[in-house]
Design a protein around this ligand. Structure first.
Ligand code: ARG
Length: 484
C-alpha cells in the first residue's frame, strides 16, 4: 500500500512495524467522519482559491465513490492501510488520480484525527442521549402503573421504612436525569471546530475557519492549535459520563439481582431474558443484569485508560494518542448496548405485589413513624427513639408485631400513646406522612411523575436541536454552491 509520507523515509517499513503501528482495524469506524471532514476541508480550500471549481467537483465526486466503495466493502486489502486517513486519500487517488494529492493541503492528520473524533462524538452523544430518554420513558411508565404498590426501603440492605415502588423507580430516574444533563453539557462544551491547527502551530494557509465551522455545523471554534492537537478532553468528558451511567445501571442491576433471588422473589425476570446452567437443571439466572454490572467495571477502566494515556504526554501530538479510539469506541458501544438491553429487560420484569407487600409485615418498618408519633404528641425525638427501641425489643422477645401491641402495653412505655396509634402506623399513613417534595407521599410521587413527563419532552426537543448540529455528508455536498 503506498504510504502518504514517503520521501524522508526511503526504505520500506518493516512488516512487523507496519502491523504494530497500524490503526486501521480500529479507526475504520471513522470513515464517514473522515470523508465528511475532508469534503468540508476541500470546499474550504476552493473558497480560498487553493482548489479550482473543477478540482473540487472531481474530489467531491471521488469522495462519494470512496464512501460507496467502503460501504459496499469493495475496498481491497483494507487492513494494509496505516489508518483511515491514508485509506481515504489512497482510495481517492484510485478513484480520481493525481488531484487527490491536493486534499491534504493546509491540514495534518493531527487535526484531522481530532475532527473525526469530534464528529463521531456528536453522533455518539445523540445516540446515547436518545437511549437514556427511552429508558427514562420506560421508567416513568412503570412508575405510573405501580403507583399503589408499596415495598420496603432498605439501608444496609436491612428493612428500613415503607416506600412506594414508584418512588424507588424514580430514584433511578433522577440519577439518569443527571447523566443526560451531563451528556448535553459534554456536547455543548466540545462543539468546537479543530480544523486549522494542522500539525501543531496552525495551518500555513489562510483557512477560513468561520466558514469551516459553519459548514461542519460546529457552534464554536477551538482557539489554540497546540491545545487542539494535544488534547482529548472531549473524550475524557464523554467516557466519564459513560462511567456514571454504567455505575447507575450497575446499582439498578444489583437491586434487581437481589430482588429476583428466591429469598426475595419480589420480581420475576421473563425467561427470554434469563439463561440456564449447564449442570443445574433448575436454574434461571439473571445474566444480563450481572453482565451490565460486570461491564461497568470495564467502562470505569476505560476512563482510567484515557486519563493515564494522556497525563504524561509532552505537548503536543504523540503517537500514544492513537490508542484513544479503542478506548472511546469500547466505552461508547458497551454503554449504548447496556442501556438498550436494560430498557428492554425493564419491560420484561414482573413485580410480585403479594410477596412485596407481605415482606412489609415483618421487620418493624413502622418504628420510625412511631417515634414521630410520640414527637408529635410532645415527646423529644431522642426519648421517643429510646422508647420505640425498647418496644421493638419487647416485640422481638414475644414474637409479635408492632400493630399487635395493646394500648395497655404501649402505655407502659409512654403515656402519649392513644387510640389513633393504630391508624397512624398503617402502611398508607407511614407512606403519606413523608409529605415533603422529595418524599414518598403518594401525591408528591404523582407530581414527580407528571413533571418527569415534561422533562422528557424538553430533552426530546433539546436532542432535536443537537441533531441539527451534526453535519451530514450528502447534505454538505448538496448545498455547496460550486457543486450544484
Ligand atoms: N492514526 C493516527 C492517530 O490516530 C493519525 C495521526 C498520525 N499523526 C502522526 N503525526 N503520525 O493518532
Amino acid at each position: 500500500m503506498s504510504k502518504i509520507w514517503t520521501g524522508r523515509i526511503s526504505k520500506s517499513t518493516d512488516k512487523a512495524v507496519e502491523e504494530f503501528t497500524s490503526s486501521i482495524s480500529i479507526d475504520k469506524k471513522l470513515y464517514l467522519y473522515d470523508i465528511t471532514g475532508t469534503a468540508a476541508h476541500v470546499i474550504g480550500l476552493n473558497k480560498i482559491g487553493i482548489l479550482s471549481d473543477d478540482e473540487l467537483k472531481k474530489i467531491i465526486a471521488g469522495l462519494e465513490k470512496v464512501k460507496k466503495k467502503i460501504e459496499l466493502k469493495e475496498v481491497r486489502d483494507v487492513d494494509n492501510y496505516e489508518d483511515i486517513h491514508s485509506l481515504v486519500e489512497n482510495e481517492l487517488a484510485i478513484a480520481i488520480g493525481k488531484t487527490a494529492e491536493k486534499i491534504h493541503t493546509g491540514r495534518s492528520r493531527n487535526d484531522q484525527a481530532v475532527l473525526d473524533e469530534k464528529l463521531f462524538l456528536k453522533d455518539a452523544l445523540a445516540g446515547i442521549i436518545s437511549k437514556i430518554i427511552f429508558l427514562q420513558k420506560n421508567l416513568i411508565e412503570l412508575a405510573g402503573k405501580k403507583i399503589n404498590l408499596a415495598m420496603p426501603a432498605y439501608t444496609h440492605l436491612q428493612k428500613a421504612q415503607p416506600v412506594l415502588l414508584s418512588h424507588y423507580l424514580l430514584s433511578f430516574f433522577e440519577k439518569f436525569k443527571r447523566d443526560i444533563n451531563k451528556f448535553y453539557e459534554v456536547f455543548e462544551l466540545n462543539d468546537c471546530l479543530p480544523l486549522g491547527a494542522a500539525a501543531c502551530t496552525g495551518s500555513g494557509y489562510r483557512i477560513d475557519r468561520k466558514f469551516l465551522k459553519e459548514t461542519l455545523k460546529f457552534k464554536y471554534s477551538d482557539s489554540n492549535s497546540m491545545d487542539i492537537v494535544a488534547s482529548r478532553d472531549s473524550l475524557l468528558d464523554f467516557i466519564y459520563c459513560c462511567s456514571l451511567v454504567m455505575i447507575h445501571l450497575s446499582r439498578f442491576c444489583e437491586d434487581f439481582i437481589i430482588y429476583s433471588s428466591s429469598e426475595f422473589s419480589y420480581i420475576d425476570i421473563d425467561e427470554t431474558f434469563c439463561t440456564g446452567s449447564s449442570i443445574m437443571p433448575q436454574k434461571k439466572n439473571p445474566d444480563i443484569l450481572e453482565l451490565i454490572r460486570g461491564k461497568s467495571s470495564i467502562i470505569i477502566g476505560n476512563l482510567m485508560q484515557i486519563m493515564v494515556l494522556i497525563k504524561g504526554l509532552p505537548t503536543t501530538y504523540n503517537r500514544d494518542l492513537q490508542e484513544d479510539k479503542k478506548i472511546l469506541f469500547n466505552a461508547y458501544e458497551e454503554t449504548y448496548n447496556s442501556i438498550e438491553i436494560f430498557s428492554k429487560l425493564l419491560k420484561k420484569i414482573k413485580f410480585n405485589p403479594n410477596v412485596i407487600e407481605n415482606s412489609l409485615k415483618e421487620g418493624f418498618l413502622e418504628a420510625t413513624d412511631i417515634a414521630d408519633y410520640l414527637v408529635k404528641k410532645g415527646e423529644s425525638f431522642r426519648k421517643s427513639h429510646n422508647i420505640v427501641g425498647r418496644i421493638v425489643k419487647y416485640c422481638i422477645e414475644n414474637d409479635i408485631q408492632l400493630k399487635d401491641l395493646t394500648l395497655k402495653e404501649l402505655n407502659k412505655y409512654s403515656p402519649y400513646f392513644g387510640k389513633d396509634f393504630y391508624e397512624k402506623i398503617e402502611l398508607k399513613s407511614c407512606i403519606n406522612s413523608k409529605d415533603v417534595d422529595c418524599g414518598t407521599n403518594k401525591k408528591q410521587v404523582i407530581a414527580k411523575i407528571e413533571s418527569a413527563k415534561s422533562v422528557i419532552k424538553d430533552w426530546e426537543n433539546k436532542l432535536e436541536e443537537l441533531c441539527s448540529r451534526i453535519p451530514d455528508f450528502e447534505e454538505l455536498v448538496r448545498y455547496n454552491t460550486v457543486l450544484k
